[in-house]
Structure formats: structure tokens, C-alpha cells
Design a protein around this ligand. Structure first.
Ligand code: TXA
Ligand code: MG
Length: 326
């Protein structure tokens, strides 16, 4: 776990316009001083991310909202009160002076107060906003440990704060409050139902051609090995038939019925949604690195607490299914 002197060093790197990777309760972030456009540009270069994609600004507390947005609607106060610090990002109208580097040239800004103790200490010491997307190369699986970040970026990121395994394991819920009503842009561990209950109003679905959000692109969070999602028995049958054809197949399944077949790399996924989310990206990385020809994932249940997991799995599978190849 990052010591006080690591945090001090990270603060000096941020002040000097450098990059700092840090843990949050969702996934690791790749951070830069949000008020320094040159520093933010380095994030895009390191990730290989298009410069028109906005990044989330992380804050020490909700009191800093007024620095970043001129307009704090009641709904934002309610959600901040209920869920911050925590895994929720609010999209609000940007204040004058918030750089295009952060907003991707849009008139809105994404803001979040994370709850991880290391992130909180870093933000409190730094004092300003830290712009940070997930610490992974563009389109790839997010990092949930400091080791994943180091493997992803090597020497390109000089400072990596270690905060252990990210507790939640998938990215924050994103709610857009910049227009009329509230819109769910990205499902996360805080469910749409919980947000609706806090607001006392229903959420709208995102408009087609709405704000740019790479996490909402159809193909994202993807391993390099083709990934196929299939229902229970079908997943097992597909894996078995590929293995019989001589392929090496990595399987991520909650089912206990592991077929006894050569060439199957089996990972038992947790039964509960919290455990599944926590382990998901580390499992996908490991399966991706196992040198298999295909990854088969047994589809989890459809209940509300699985919505964010199903969203990430569907994006990881898009355009890369082993079924598309044959
Ligand atoms: O849990 C998380 O949200 C993690 C941790 C590090 O905080 N961050 C994260 O960042 O997932 P990133 O950049 O990988 O995904 C943030 C999403 C992107 O899809 C981005 O386009 C969207 O938030 N976003 C940021 N600012 C926005 C804005 N002004 N309007 C619409 N979408 C925005
Ligand atoms: Mg990301």
C-alpha cells in the first residue's frame, strides 16, 4: 500500500505536469493535473486515445464541484450526497476555464469523488482536480492492480501508486445531468434503480449520437483473444467442440460442470455479482495471456446487479467472437 512518501512524490509529479497512476475503488486511473492541458495531453498519448474523448476529473470532495461546473442542479446535489465518495460519475455543464483537453471540446465535464483511501489522500494533498481515465491502453481491459498498470505502460508512466486490488473491479456508473432530466451513460456497480430511488425520478436511456464516451463504444474493454459469450450449456458445448477440434480454449464460467477435456483452460467465476465484478478484468487478462485460441464466457444472469457486468462482457465480445471466424 502506498506510503506517505509515495503520495508526496506523486503530488510533485502531478505538479510538474507528469502522469501518476493511482488506485480507485473501481479500477486504476491514469492521472494528470486537470488544470494543465499539456499534462492531460500526455494521458492521451500514453493510452493511444483519440483526443476528442473527454476524461473524468476526480475531486477530493463535493465542495470542489463549484470550481468545475457553473451550474449544480438539485439532482447533482442529491446524488453527490448519497453516493460520494463512491463509484458514480456526474456529467455537468462545465465552468468557464475548464480545458478542452479534459472535456474533449464538449460543454460538459465528468466529475467524480472516489472513495479509495489512497485516491482520497492523493486528492487531498494535491488540492486540485485530477483528470484520469482508466489506466489501460485505449479499448483494452481496465487495470485493477498496480502490476496490471505497470505491465500495460512500462516506463511510460513513471509513478504508480499501489493500493492493492480495486475493490469493485468495474468502472463507475455515469449519469448525465447536463440536459433535461438524468440519463444513464454507462452502467456501473451503483445500479440504475439505486440512482432512480435517490433522484425520485426515472432515468432516460442515452440518445443515439449523444456525448462521446469511449466506454460506450460497442467494442471496448476487449482482450486480444476472440471472446464469445454463450448461455450455460451452450457455452460448455461450444468450448468442448472447439477443444475437440484441437483448439485451446479458455473458459470463464460460474457453472460447476467442468467438462473433462484436454485443451480447456477453466476459470471458475464467483457466483455473486460483487465477487464476479471484482475478479472480472484480472480473469480476462489472465485468460488472454494464457495463449489460447478462444475465450468462452458463460453468460451471467440478467438481474439488475449484473447489468454493468453484462454490459462490459457484451463490449468485450463485440467484433471478436470465435463464431465470426468459422
Ligand atoms: O471508474 C471510473 O470511472 C474510472 C476511474 C479511474 O475513475 N475511470 C474511467 O475513465 O473509467 P474512462 O475515461 O476510461 O471512462 C470514462 C468515461 C468515458 O467513456 C468518457 O468518454 C466519459 O466517461 N466521459 C467523461 N467526461 C464526459 C463528458 N463530459 N461527457 C460525456 N462522457 C464523458
Ligand atoms: Mg476506460
Amino acid at each position: 500500500m502506498a506510503a506517505e512518501r509515495d503520495i508526496k512524490q506523486a503530488v510533485s509529479v502531478l505538479r510538474a505536469g507528469g502522469l501518476v497512476a493511482f488506485p480507485t475503488e473501481t479500477v486504476y486511473g491514469l492521472g494528470a493535473d486537470a488544470s494543465n492541458a499539456g499534462a492531460v495531453a500526455k494521458i492521451f498519448a500514453a493510452k493511444g486515445r483519440p483526443s476528442t474523448h473527454p476524461v473524468i476529473v476526480h475531486l477530493a470532495d463535493a465542495a470542489q464541484l463549484a470550481v468545475w461546473t457553473g451550474d449544480i442542479p438539485d439532482a447533482a446535489r442529491k446524488l453527490a450526497q448519497k453516493f460520494w465518495p463512491g463509484p458514480l460519475t456526474l456529467i455537468l455543464k462545465r465552468a468557464r476555464g475548464v480545458s478542452d483537453a479534459v472535456t474533449g471540446g464538449q460543454d460538459t465535464v465528468g466529475l467524480r469523488v472516489p472513495s479509495h483511501p489512497v485516491a482520497r489522500r492523493l486528492l487531498a494533498r494535491f488540492g486540485g482536480g485530477i483528470a484520469a481515465p482508466s489506466a489501460n491502453r485505449h479499448g483494452r481491459v481496465s487495470a485493477t492492480t498496480a502490476e496490471h498498470v505497470r505491465r500495460e505502460f512500462g516506463a511510460a508512466v513513471e509513478c504508480v501508486l499501489d493500493g492493492g486490488e480495486a475493490r469493485i473491479g468495474i468502472e463507475s456508473t455515469i449519469i448525465d445531468l447536463s440536459g433535461k432530466g438524468a440519463t444513464l451513460l454507462r452502467p456501473g456497480w451503483i445500479t440504475a434503480g439505486e440512482v432512480e430511488a435517490a433522484l425520485g425520478a426515472p432515468l432516460a436511456a442515452p440518445a443515439v449520437g449523444g456525448p462521446r464516451a469511449p466506454g460506450t463504444l460497442a467494442a471496448h474493454y476487449a482482450p486480444r483473444t476472440p471472446l464469445t459469450l454463450a448461455e450455460g450449456d451452450l457455452a460448455l458445448e461450444l468450448a468442448a467442440s472447439l477443444a475437440r477440434q484441437g483448439k485451446r480454449v479458455a473458459v470463464l464460467a460460474r457453472s460447476a460442470r467442468q467438462p473433462l477435456l484436454l485443451g480447456l483452460e477453466w476459470t471458475a467465476a464467483p457466483q455473486d455479482a460483487a465477487g464476479y465484478a471484482h475478479a472480472l478484468y484480472a480473469s480476462l487478462r489472465r485468460l488472454d495471456e494464457s495463449g489460447c485460441d478462444a475465450i468462452i464466457v458463460e453468460k451471467p444472469p440478467q438481474a439488475a446487479e449484473w447489468a454493468a457486468i453484462n454490459d462490459r462482457l457484451a463490449r468485450a465480445a463485440t467484433g471478436s467472437s470465435v463464431l465470426d471466424e468459422t
